[in-house]
Write a protein that binds this ligand. Structure first.
Ligand SMILES: Nc1nc2c(ncn2[C@@H]2O[C@H](COP(=O)(O)OP(=O)(O)OP(=O)(O)O)[C@@H](O)[C@H]2O)c(=O)[nH]1
Ligand SMILES: [Mg+2]
Length: 311
């Protein structure tokens, strides 16, 4: 069955159900997923892709919801991907997020989807990047990607976005210290959310101190404040993201990011394809044998892998 062309035209016509189906194809490695992506390819590159990352409960979903509302008011279509590597659920919105995001959920100009696919074929970043492409190709103007924390999965996911917003909250001094290496690398904008609480000045001082200790970057990430629960500071955040986007374009940094993304993406697919071919060539049974030897401590993994590549 050749269903990719049909799904492609449904996507390009903006049919909501096609989006969910297409993203599932990407997540599950549907046999026609590659055909679909090929068809989408000429339509890509229009969307502004923004990542929101930060500790659990920092207010990322609330902020995402508010951002989406603000963008809708400007007539823009918004896709939201909530990425949670720790969650085994996939293929639908996490209930809590759905409830929190109710303000925008019934609007056809907003699409919300959880990417909670532990062990998605080729990794979460791969599935997320493909989902971003689906939304981009389907004509979404902004794509907001919410991720928890800054583990490796998230850092990979960050490579999929143009602008990365790191969401901090008052009273998380120690966590900032713990996260600092990862944070400084990925942040294009800092947001101190829950600025209605005590301690916003202190977090800001800590972020500024961190910035001054890290090697200078061509882009100096601004530190903004929001009260997402009340929608305060959201307009400024949209403007801040646009300013960063304009800077990326002026500096040719979008191309640089695209190149880095292409490298990660192609290398991931290459690795996947290499594994597939080796399995096809030597057979699963032979691989199992090798795994067993390594597991039993009879052979080290390096030698084991070398035995699978007869030259
Ligand atoms: N006081 C205050 N509370 C807020 C603010 N923004 C969000 N909250 C509350 O903080 C809680 C967590 O918000 P979420 O938006 O779910 O946070 P999150 O970062 O998406 O959480 P996870 O996805 O679970 O990591 C909710 O109860 C929000 O209502 C704010 O600006 N001020
Ligand atoms: Mg959330």
């Amino acid at each position: 069955m050749n269903r990719a062309p049909e799904l492609l035209s449904a996507l390009l016509n903006g049919e909501g159900r096609a989006l969910a189906r297409a993203i599932s194809w990407m997540e599950n490695g549907h046999p026609e997923a590659a055909d679909l992506l090929r068809g989408l390819w000429p339509h890509l590159g229009r969307a502004t892709v923004v990542g929101l990352t930060g500790a659990p409960g920092a207010g990322k979903s609330t902020l995402t919801d508010r951002l989406a509302q603000a963008l809708r008011k400007q007539g823009l279509k918004v896709g939201i991907l909530a990425v949670d590597p720790s969650s085994p659920f996939s293929g639908g919105a996490i209930l809590g997020d759905r409830i929190r995001m109710q303000r925008v959920a019934p609007d056809p100009g907003v699409f919300i989807r959880s990417m909670a696919t532990r062990g998605a074929l080729g990794g979460l970043a791969r599935a997320t990047q493909d989902a971003i492409d689906v939304l981009d190709g389907a004509g979404f103007d902004w794509i907001l990607v919410e991720t928890v924390g800054v583990g490796q999965d998230e850092v990979d996911v960050v490579s999929c976005v143009h602008s990365c917003v790191v969401v901090l909250v008052p009273g998380m001094g120690d966590e900032i210290q713990a996260l600092k290496a990862g944070l400084m690398e990925v942040a294009d904008l800092f947001v101190i959310n829950k600025a209605d609480r005590d301690g916003a000045d202190q977090v800001e001082a800590e972020v500024e101190a961190l910035k001054s200790m890290s090697p200078p970057r061509p882009w100096d990430p601004p530190v903004l404040r929001t009260v997402a629960a009340q929608g305060q500071g959201v307009t400024e955040l949209v403007e801040g993201i646009r300013t960063h986007g304009a800077w990326l374009r002026d500096q040719g940094a979008l191309q640089r990011k695209a190149r880095e993304r292409a490298r990660l993406r192609v290398e991931a697919l290459l690795a996947q394809e290499a594994v597939r071919r080796v399995k096809a060539q030597v057979g699963e049974a032979r691989i199992d044998e090798v795994l067993e030897r390594v597991a039993m401590g009879q052979q080290d993994p390096y030698t084991a892998v070398a035995t699978l590549f007869p030259d």
